[in-house]
Design a binder for this molecule. Structure first.
Ligand SMILES: [Zn+2]
Length: 293
């Protein structure tokens, strides 16, 4: 189904038309995770040609001050802080593209694993593990040799030095400490994950953290409240849609454009139409949820 939607949007010219009409007056946020150096340069160059790329902090400043943003304003974000992100630095500098990377404070700078990337063996279980209580998830992961604080031979996240070197070109923000599914956490755990990741990143890298990216795009009203209490001013989801200067700042929408390996694919996914149609047909499993107590 996804493939049919994609081809129809690409070859009918609908993606182009949508971008130049509907998307024109909106602020679009894109979500990437893991992009090689070559893909980064090509993708950023494409986006720069067709959009006005602004930083997340520029968007927040415009909201605060009520100033106008350019047409087809685009905010580029990356979740997790994968080790591969460092290879994008030359492309970011060369094209002068502002991006935000959301870091898991207890994983970056260590040899700890992202639980959902721990091993090939546990990968088929990942989706099911997102739907159970946090403590139960951690217990089940032990059977695969995963523990949150255990360090492994291979490194999955950015190092401290890489983060420091990238700071002049990249806005770093929080993606919690260990990447739990927040609504599956009890309140004390959710509070710790939200509040302490902010403190840790601020202290370790001398950053100003004002935005939380909810892991896996899962969040609850409680988690929004906890983010506000911790001093964040903004929270980003993976809910499909565009933003404006009047959007709810704790439920900013983003289009996920994972695995955009070709420019055609990026064109269709960055305009938003692909996800809007796909999610209309099938409600995605992530988003706003009730929280466990
Ligand atoms: Zn993530």
């Amino acid at each position: 189904m996804s493939n049919i939607i994609y081809k129809a949007l690409r070859y009918s010219g609908a993606a182009w038309l949508w971008r130049e009409t509907v998307q024109r007056g909106k602020v679009t946020f894109l979500l990437f995770h893991d992009m090689g150096a070559a893909d980064a340069e090509r993708n950023f160059a494409y986006l720069k040609r067709h959009y006005n790329i602004i930083g997340l902090q520029d968007y927040l400043k415009a909201v605060r001050q009520g100033t106008k943003l350019p047409r087809k304003a685009l905010v580029i974000t990356f979740d997790d802080g994968h080790a591969s992100n460092y290879a994008m630095l030359p492309a970011l500098k060369k094209l002068n593209v502002p991006i935000t990377i959301f870091l898991c404070s207890e994983i970056v700078g260590t040899q700890r694993h992202f639980w959902f990337r721990h091993s090939e063996e546990m990968k088929p279980q990942v989706e099911a593990l997102k739907r159970i209580a946090n403590s139960e998830r951690l217990q089940k992961l032990e059977a695969y040799g995963f523990e949150q604080e255990k360090e492994f031979a291979d490194r999955q996240a950015l190092t401290d030095n890489e983060i420091k070197e990238m700071q002049a070109s990249v806005d770093f923000q929080s993606h919690t400490c260990f990447h739990p599914i927040l609504p599956q956490c009890d309140t004390a755990t959710a509070r710790h994950e939200i509040a302490d990741s902010k403190l840790q990143l601020e202290q370790r890298y001398n950053l100003k953290i004002n935005t939380l990216s909810y892991p896996n795009g899962d969040y609850s009203e409680r988690d929004i409240q906890l983010a506000k209490e911790a001093g964040y001013t903004c929270g980003v989801t993976v809910d499909s849609g565009y933003n404006s200067l009047r959007s709810d700042l704790f439920r900013l929408k983003r289009f996920s454009v994972n695995d955009a390996h070709t420019t055609e694919e990026l064109m269709v996914k960055a305009c938003g139409l692909y996800a809007l149609i796909k999610h209309k047909l099938h409600k995605p499993p992530y988003g706003l949820k009730p929280a466990r107590q």
